[in-house]
Design a protein around this ligand. Structure first.
Ligand SMILES: [Zn+2]
Ligand SMILES: [Zn+2]
Length: 393
């Protein structure tokens, strides 16, 4: 049986506890970090790995492009809390519901069972991004760039939908249903505008509001377009899942192909309390440009990580990779933007693209947006692949 993608995200879920760095932090009991051979085998090529996926193809100065997965350094780090099995390339092929010769449940779009890639099987398929609630002009620019990045990273069409209006009124939040929303598949259109209250919590003293992910997901399901592969709601509001949470970065309902994520805690000008969800300090040390660049980098990483989950890619335990789980924001922030060879091979088979062409497009994006570290990494990787296979860079 194909496994459903994860039903919740692990890109940051805070609970009030001690996060002090300790001298020695063990892996979660039962978890064994993979050896270089195990990691290499997980790529799914046997001994002869093509250059694009070869982890042993090194940089000119001998440095490696893909590092081993870092040892947990804090009790809240993902792998000191959870014993992850890891998903090899071969497991992905058998688990991923998008490879099935049967159409996925609740999908009413065209389906060609003989197609090899997701694009061939679901030729109309698109990834939808919908802003939920208010975005100021700066955040809208950010959103546009994140969409572009997601399209280049995944090689699938990414389309934005018009904003879903939220009405916020003395700590209460209402989802405003649009009467002219004709793109929906599973809802009869009505001429009346309706509003639905979302579960939320509000602290008067700090004037801080959090909205519950579940009630957002429930509403998002109603506006899922017919030709969607999946739909991601993005919000600038802070989110929580359970009462005991400090916050959640978001939540995905994999079997329903919808997810909601918040960009709120990605703002480098904010500092968050480790005890109270409602305590947040604004200490703007970063310049506007810096703030924008950091939020872009964090937002892009979040989007592709979560969409990869919805596409059937599990957390990575083989290399330092943007598909590693993260137990808290700091762990999330230090993870790289690139996919390791195991996960790149998965996405390559699912979507079908030229690895070098994809890298070149991403290099242009990184260069245009001042993401210099990523730009350097990808440029060197392209050079190494092309030189090894005797091509011009
Ligand atoms: Zn995750
Ligand atoms: Zn990986």
């Amino acid at each position: 049986m194909p496994k459903q993608p994860r039903t919740s995200t692990n890109k940051g879920r805070g609970s009030p506890k001690n996060t002090d760095v300790q001298a020695e932090v063990p892996w979660a009991s039962g978890f064994k970090p993979p050896s270089a051979t195990v990691a290499r085998n997980a790529i799914g090529y046997g001994k002869q790995i093509p250059d694009e996926f070869d982890p042993d193809l090194v940089n000119k100065d001998g440095s490696r492009f893909f590092q081993t997965i870092p040892i947990p350094c804090c009790v809240d780090d993902w792998l000191s809390q959870y014993n992850e099995e890891g998903q090899t390339y071969k497991q992905f092929l058998s688990d991923c519901p998008w490879f099935s010769t049967r159409k996925r449940k609740y999908m009413s779009q065209e389906f060609l069972p003989s197609g090899l890639t997701i694009k061939e099987k679901y030729p109309e398929g698109k990834i939808y991004i919908v802003p939920v609630g208010d975005f100021d002009e700066d955040s809208l620019v950010l959103l546009d760039k994140m969409l572009k990045y997601t399209e280049l990273f995944l090689g699938l069409p990414v389309v934005s939908l018009s904003k879903i209006k939220l009405e916020v009124n003395s700590g209460q939040v209402f989802w405003m249903e649009q009467p002219d929303n004709t793109q929906t598949s599973n809802r009869r259109s009505s001429n009346r505008s309706k509003k639905h209250q979302l579960s939320s919590r509000y602290n008067k003293e700090t004037d801080h509001l959090q909205v519950c992910v579940d009630s957002n997901l429930m509403q998002l399901r109603k506006v899922l377009p017919r030709d969607a592969i999946c739909m991601i709601g993005l919000t600038m509001l802070d989110l929580y899942g359970e009462d005991s949470d400090l916050f959640v970065a978001g939540m995905a309902a994999g079997n329903q192909r919808v997810a909601i994520f918040s960009l709120y805690r990605y703002d480098p000008c904010l500092t968050f309390s480790k005890e109270n969800w409602f305590q947040i300090e604004r200490d703007s040390e970063a310049t506007e440009d810096e703030r924008h660049r950091i939020m872009l980098q964090r937002g892009c990483k979040l989007l592709v990580h979560e969409i990869c989950h919805l596409l059937g890619v599990d957390h990575c335990i083989f290399y330092d990779c943007c598909m590693n789980g993260s137990g808290h924001l700091q762990e999330d922030f230090r993870q790289p933007m690139h996919l390791c060879p195991v996960d790149l091979h998965k996405l390559h088979t699912l979507v079908g693209f030229s690895v070098v062409e994809r890298y070149r497009a991403l290099q242009v994006f990184y260069s245009e947006h001042g993401l210099t570290e990523e730009e350097r990494w990808i440029k060197q990787r392209i050079t190494a692949i092309c030189e090894s296979s005797g091509e011009q860079t």
